[in-house]
Design a protein around this ligand. Structure first.
Ligand code: CO
Length: 136
């Protein structure tokens, strides 16, 4: 079902400092910040040759990243994202096999303008998994 690792996401307590570290210290290409109010995040992507790193910063009231940073004040790995070809099929298969899909169970539009869903970390060894539909 899952294809490539699309990105790994890190919650950061200071976005400007995090951008500077990846851009200036590590010499990576970093995208411009993008606000995703539906997900409660401001996001930038660190572009790597084989994948991306998503830097997440809280946006608005009740951001899930705000809660994460309260528990992890220094920041930390927040989720990993795998590509799938058909997200509706993937959701149906996962639900039929007892995995829990977060939210209302239907895909939202994510940072790349593509449908995404999140799977319960308790079903995946403590790791929050995002699935993103990427057409081949
Ligand atoms: Co993500």
């Amino acid at each position: 079902m899952i294809g490539k690792l699309n990105h790994l996401a890190i919650a950061v307590p200071n976005l400007e400092q995090a951008i500077a570290k990846y851009q200036d210290l590590l010499g990576a290409k970093v995208s411009s910040p993008q606000d995703l109010p539906e997900h409660g995040v401001r996001v930038v992507f660190v572009e790597l040759e084989n994948s991306k790193i998503e830097l997440l910063y809280p946006l608005g009231e009740n951001s899930p990243i705000e809660k994460f940073l309260q528990k992890n004040p220094n920041g930390g790995t927040h989720h990993i994202c795998f590509e799938v070809e058909n997200i509706t099929n993937s959701i149906a298969i996962l639900k039929a096999k007892g995995a829990r899909v977060l939210g209302d169970g239907s895909p939202k539009i994510g940072a790349h303008g593509l449908p995404v869903i999140f799977l319960h970390p308790k079903d995946f060894d403590g790791v929050l998994i995002e699935l993103e539909e990427v057409k081949k």
